[in-house]
Ligand binder design. Structure first.
Ligand code: HT7
Ligand code: ZN
Length: 883
């Protein structure tokens, strides 16, 4: 396979001006004709090289003249015209494709009888020969012709120019997109769909028609998606002054989709699970995900579509920025602290481990084999968003907005780089960003250590920082990073101390703003070691560092347990209150793991129970925050902190702490369940979600006790639930404990929901994630369940992905989990390489385990790499894991 390098980027030799596409959609085959106006970047006679994959070429014409065999060159990846005419010319190409056979779900394919497309990153080359790279931006017209009864709805990007009936029961539609776009934003949908319609009036008074398309029976489940879309359109106007630019915005929901959704210009295509919701079938988490992803794809209209990426190495230019924007949107629509906690937890679960493994790469990678693999590695998306967040932290909201305005002013309609974004932020604010650009090029999560000392005589408080970025593949030595550490100091009553000035790098900086005292400040770390000395500090403070998680780093401090309990109780920064509890829990779990490994009895520190009880009883706290604060760090997070990861010990310890807490806080948990039951119809709003979250976590703790009365309670909650959030939480609580009730309730749930494929996927995931030993057999059996289908990515993510997220069973010492995944990956790779490569990455941390497990996992990776006809997608990940 060919590796592509950032350093090899070259401007294209040819640009495309206009692209006319015509599709004859058929049952056996589809004929695609393209007519492109091509012009050279500089005059000369370089060959024109077009990308293509799985295409049957029918004809090529240049300036109306058909080319004969020797006038062009065709291989399995390219169509080359060695000597095109000089100046502007037209290129016409006709190809034949087979969407019905396309199980890779990239390019043009069929999902539940409807045609749809997915072109990012490099799917357009499966539709026709083209320069499939984002810096080729052109204006498109698209004509679609198909059988009218089978495909009554024909959609593409932009505005509908015309439509009409044709002979033989066919019809056509003609679309024109007035904006230049790269081909990865091209989209086509044809099928039997109906829409929910609405209108949005933009800030300048234009009416935009909004349509959400689904099969007829699902239209009633699109109200929340429509609400989310309108909220996103309004938010982008209010916060960034960005108005929608066409008169029509379409969303289509399809059941077979490799990722969450796609931001095609004015025709977003979504995985059904991120559109369809009703109180009975979707949980609060689903509702929140729909809000966030509808927002995300809509926000791409400016950050991604109007201003796009020069090349795929710049992916975080659009993804990091757009994820940041959707995070901000969701924060503004709900609780900022809870959203931040959820995002940081995900960062720790997904990104940090990858950053410390064989797949580590910078926000802007130096090379790739298959670009699709760099969407699954969450580094780009999450670390990318964190980098954008740091600009905002450093510049403040207004400064950040100034930077965004300049970015659009300079680059609207262009394909640009991460440096262009950096320059806009810097120039709009005249800012000094020191070595900030390192965030784009250095891989690995920086480890920052901090110690503190108080000088009572001099009234100074000193923080000494050191930073280190660990070596990663291909980058053994790193430079220090620019790390903004937002900090405050708490006095003995738990209040923020006023901060007047700090001495750093030989200079005294005033913190107070226009003689107003400040209670928080940004410490800008830029060196391997440095010191900050706060003056006028009249008692020993407890420092609250990295407030709001102001940089994506690992922080190790010398705070004592009592400092952490103090922060948990008092910090004015709610994120850091949660964080203090997590640090305490991580310390506790790690020390109990050692006890477990040494065969010592496990004993829970009563102070920890006390700390959590005070959170539970603090009526000033919001309920969703409490639910987060009493959730223990995941098993993966603890294993990541160990020299040799021990899944059995970590699982035993986490289960022990859960049960201990459940038994000691039983009365509190019971009253939480009692007092937080739904009294009214399901409403998706923050207070109601918070109430449900708190009730559900309390129920889960109680059910872990395996006590008959408490199981009855969970069963009662299951039976009386009027919404999926509470019904599924009760089911999950019961499903923790194997036995008759467990089996009966799972069977009941399936019977109830067997006709709703999205709910059935939840049922698959719940069983797959079970930590009952030997669960691999159950999962194997589920593979032949009539509702299962390896060709549907959502089902794979539920069952196979769910299984790999259960440490005890995936990492079973007999290797049964690894063998299962190995077999599935090879089988799946023949159907859908993108999904198979996402699954294979579950092996990426194999070196973190003991020797027996290492050998078993390695054997599977070797088996995969040597499999016949392996895709580049899986090869790239599996071979990197073995390197
Ligand atoms: N920008 C979209 C990315 C995407 C994608 C990438 C690779 C393979 C399939 C894909 N489907 C969608 C989606 C987004 O940013 O949300
Ligand atoms: Zn995106």
């Amino acid at each position: 396979p060919k590796e592509i390098f950032l350093k090899d980027y070259k401007l294209p030799d040819y640009y495309f001006d206009s692209v006319d596409l015509s599709f004859l959609l058929g049952e056996e085959k589809t004929i695609v004709s393209s007519k492109i106006t091509v012009f050279p970047r500089v005059d000369g006679s370089s060959p024109l090289v077009l990308d293509g994959a799985d295409l049957k070429l029918l004809s090529v014409k240049v300036n109306g003249e058909e080319l004969k065999n020797g006038d062009y060159h065709l291989d399995s990846r390219h169509l080359t015209i060695p000597s095109p005419p000089s100046g502007t010319f037209t290129l016409e190409i006709v190809t034949e494709i087979y969407p019905q056979k396309n199980t890779s779900l990239e390019g043009l394919y069929k999902s539940s009888g409807n045609f749809c497309t997915q072109c990012e990153a490099e799917g357009f080359r499966k539709i026709t020969f083209y320069q499939d790279r984002p810096d080729i931006m052109a204006k498109y017209t698209v004509r679609i012709e198909a059988d009218k009864s089978l495909y009554p709805v024909l959609l593409s990007n932009g505005n509908l120019l015309g439509q009409g009936d044709l002979e033989g029961g066919k019809h056509y539609a003609l679309w024109e997109d007035p904006f230049k776009k790269p081909c990865y934003l091209f989209a086509l949908v044809a099928g039997q769909l109906e829409s929910r319609d609405d209108t949005f009036v933009t800030c300048s008074g234009r009416n935009v028609s909004l349509r959400i398309w689904t099969p007829a029976q699902d239209v009633h489940k699109t109200a929340h998606a429509m609400y989310s879309l309108k909220a996103a359109m309004k938010w982008d106007e209010d916060v960034f002054g960005l108005e929608y630019d066409l008169d029509l915005f379409n969303i289509v929901a399809v059941p077979d989709f490799n990722m969450g959704a796609m931001e095609n210009k004015s025709l977003n295509i979504f995985n059904s699970k991120l559109v369809l919701a009703s109180p009975e079938t979707a949980s609060d988490a689903d509702y929140a995900a729909i809000l966030g992803v509808i927002g995300h794809e809509y926000f791409h209209n400016w950050t991604g579509n109007r201003v796009t990426c020069r090349d795929w190495f710049q992916l975080s230019l659009k993804e990091g920025l757009t994820v940041f924007r959707d995070q901000e949107f969701s924060s503004d629509m709900g609780s900022r602290t809870v959203k931040r906690i959820a995002d940081v937890s995900r960062l720790r679960i997904s990104q940090f481990p990858q950053d410390a493994g064989p797949m580590a790469h910078p926000v802007r990678p130096h090379s790739y084999i298959k670009m699709d693999n760099f969407y699954t590695v969450i580094i780009l998306v999450y670390q990318g968003a964190e980098v954008v967040r740091m600009y905002k932290t450093l510049l403040g909201s207004q400064g950040f907005r100034k930077g965004m305005d300049l970015y659009f002013k300079r680059h609207d309609g262009q394909a640009v780089t991460c440096e262009d974004f950096f320059a806009a932020m810097r120039d709009a604010n005249d800012a000094d960003f020191a070595n900030f650009l390192q965030w784009y090029s250095q891989a690995g999560t920086p480890l920052v250590k901090v110690t503190s000392s108080y000088d009572a005589a001099a009234h100074t408080f000193t923080l000494k920082f050191s930073q280190e970025v660990p070596p990663t593949p291909g980058q053994p030595v790193k430079e220090p990073m620019f790390i903004p550490v937002v900090s405050g100091l708490l006095d003995s009553s738990g209040k923020d101390m006023p901060l007047s000035s700090v001495y750093h790098d030989g200079a005294l900086r005033s913190i107070a703003n226009n003689s107003e005292p400040a209670y928080s400040t940004i410490l800008r770390l830029t060196k391997k070691e440095e010191e900050f000395v706060f003056s006028d500090i009249h008692e020993r403070p407890v420092p609250s560092l990295l407030r709001g998680f102001s940089a994506p780093i690992r922080l190790e401090s010398d705070l004592s347990d009592s400092d952490l309990f103090f922060l948990l109780a008092h910090d004015s920064d709610d994120f850091n209150r949660w964080e203090a509890g997590q640090v305490l829990a991580r310390k506790l779990m790690l020390s109990l793991v050692v006890d477990f490994q040494q065969g010592k009895p496990l004993v829970l520190n009563p102070k920890f129970v006390q700390g959590l009880r005070s959170i539970l009883c603090d009526s000033s706290l919001e309920k969703e925050f409490i639910a987060k604060a009493i959730t223990l760090p995941g098993e993966g997070e603890i294993m990541d902190m160990m020299e040799v990861a021990d899944p059995d010990a970590v699982h035993a310890v986490r289960s022990f702490i859960r049960k201990q807490l459940a038994s000691e806080l039983k009365a509190d948990f019971l009253s939480l369940v009692e007092n937080n039951r739904s009294s009214e119809e399901y409403v998706f709003n923050h207070p109601n979600m918070a109430r449900r979250a708190l009730k559900n976590i309390a129920l889960a703790y109680l059910a872990s006790l395996e006590d008959q009365e408490l199981t009855e309670l969970a069963l009662h909650e299951y039976k009386t639930a009027t919404n999926m959030t509470e019904q599924f939480a009760a089911l999950a609580a019961i499903a923790q404990n194997p036995g008759k009730i467990h089996d009966e309730v799972l069977a009941d749930f399936y019977t109830k929901w067997q006709d709703d494929f999205l709910v059935v996927n939840k049922w698959f995931a719940l069983q797959a994630m079970s930590d009952v030993p030997g669960n691999v057999e159950n999962v194997r059996n589920l593979l032949s369940h009539p509702a299962y289908d390896l060709r549907n990515p959502n089902k794979v993510y539920s069952l196979i992905g769910g299984f790999c997220s259960s440490p005890v069973n995936f990492h079973a010492k007999d290797g049964s989990g690894y063998k299962f995944l190995g077999e599935i990956v090879v089988q799946l790779d023949k159907i859908n390489p993108q999904v198979a490569s996402r699954m294979v990455s579950a092996f990426s941390r194999w070196r973190r385990y003991d020797e027996t497990r290492q050998n078993l996992a390695k054997a599977q990776l070797e088996m995969i790499v040597s499999a016949n006809g392996l895709s580049e997608n899986v090869f790239e990940i599996a071979s990197k894991c073995l390197a």
